[in-house]
Design a protein around this ligand. Structure first.
Ligand code: ADP
Length: 230
């Protein structure tokens, strides 16, 4: 579905992606892991056209996306930091996003799921970080999409919301969707991911199933297996 080919990205003198090659097949949950600053968000932003690589290509269903970004209208993206307009209310923002994408949406179900009904008329600027993240999740999952990209989706979530998030992700997987997730929470990876993509030194250091990672590192504990990988 997605191919990153010899992708390079520098910020000034800092090389973040250094000839990265990666194929993502359609269907399944891919956890994108790596130390802080290893380029996970940069990789996702290159895919979204928010960062322009210095060299290399990105193919989406076989076609280069570096000049044609239409496919972005058909994917769902949860940004790591939601820069919501502070003076809008939750419902105003939800309705605004709904109007931008004239597709059927299931925002009422998600508002109910994440317990946001009593927050609908509150200004976004007055919400806690965890509540903002729930709004972020509603905006991400309210439309149907074949590709879902979640950058640190668990940030600030209470345990019940975390369970709802895992269920939402599993449901999308069962529908055959492709889901890319960056996270630091290994228990979350253990529960939801099919495949691990580990970035180091601007390249893919490991790609494979959790079982393959445990086997390669000779360690049955995922956190220790990842620590042993480097
Ligand atoms: P990760 O998501 O793995 O933590 P990032 O992709 O956010 O890593 O960042 C990789 C490196 O690139 C970091 O050192 C970060 O400071 C740097 N970086 C990211 N975006 C920019 C930018 N727009 N300008 C300068 N440096 C950046």
């Amino acid at each position: 579905m997605i191919q990153f080919k010899n992708l390079h990205k520098r910020f000034g003198k800092l090389t973040v992606l250094d000839g990265l090659d990666l194929d993502i097949k359609e269907g399944g949950i891919f956890a994108i892991l790596g130390p802080n600053g290893s380029g996970k968000t940069t990789l996702i932003k290159c895919l979204l056209g928010m960062v322009i690589p210095n060299k290399g290509d990105i193919l989406f269903e076989g076609k280069s996306v570096l000049k044609k970004w239409e496919y972005r209208n058909n994917l769902n993206y949860l940004p790591q930091i939601a820069n919501f307009p502070p003076n809008l209310s939750v419902i105003e923002l939800v309705n605004m996003v709904k109007n931008l994408r004239p597709k059927s949406s299931n925002e009422q179900e998600l508002i109910q799921l994440f317990g946001l009904k009593s927050f609908l008329n509150k200004k976004l600027g007055n919400l806690s970080g965890g509540t903002k993240q729930k709004v972020n999740l509603v905006l991400t999952f309210m439309f149907d999409s074949d590709l879902i990209i979640l950058d640190e989706p668990t940030t600030g979530l209470d345990p019940i919301s975390l369970i709802h998030l895992k269920e939402l992700i599993q449901k999308e997987k069962e529908k055959g969707k492709t889901i890319l997730i960056t996270t630091h929470i290994m228990s979350f990876v253990n529960e939801v991911a099919n495949e691990i993509v580990f970035l180091l030194d601007g390249k893919i250091y490991f790609k494979g199933s959790i079982d393959a990672l445990k086997k390669q590192t000779n360690n049955n504990n995922l956190e220790h297996a990842i620590a042993n990988l480097i």
